[in-house]
Design a protein around this ligand. Sequence first.
Ligand code: 5RP
Length: 226
Amino acid sequence: MSALSQDELKSLVGRAALAYVVPGQLVGVGTGSTVNKFIDALASMKGEIPGAVSSSEASTARLRALGIPVLDANDVGELAVYIDGADEIDHHGHMIKGGGAALTREKIVAAQSTTFVCIADESKLVNTLGAFPVPVEVIPMAAQRISRQFAAMGGEARLRFKDGVPLVTDNGQHILDVRGLQIADPLAFESQVNQWPGVVTVGVFAHQRAQVCLLGTAAGVKTLTF
Ligand code: 5RP
């Protein structure tokens, strides 16, 4: 059998995540190319769930296009499960997220959910977070000061651009991508950066870590629990 492509691995874990959707209950939905596979698979269950709480305008549009109702997070209580991808995940379920610029709403929906199920291909599993540049959503007027704070800890922050202009998130803010960090203590790092004025959300998910990771591997879906 030939090796599965990264796209096929994403489809595999997207479909596997259906097993965590609780019939009769809302599901929290993340953002990204892996989650898009999950959303497509979720269409087969749309008669069994009242709908979803979404983490981005992009996921909302995809869910609605498939006939899956999207509810406002303020109108619902705690969710049983949140399904989302990651840019990196370590062996404790800590993640770097925000490659798709949706980190703030992702963290909000994750915090509202009892169980975070991460879906990822095996290239995302790392021993130490930080090879992937850490996304940080910031209030634009604070970007330079926050960049200097990262420089003081050995990181190089760059403003993310799209189509030649600074990317504007769903929340109307900017993203800094920070290279050169080795995040030995993700909980402490997240707590520290969260305190800096002008930081909206840091893309380290340690306080909102995953409890389960469905990892797409050449041998099939491997389930990690943390
Ligand atoms: C978006 C995210 C995504 O979950 C992360 O970037 C992974 O995306 P993909 O599944 O496309 O690799 O955090 O903000």
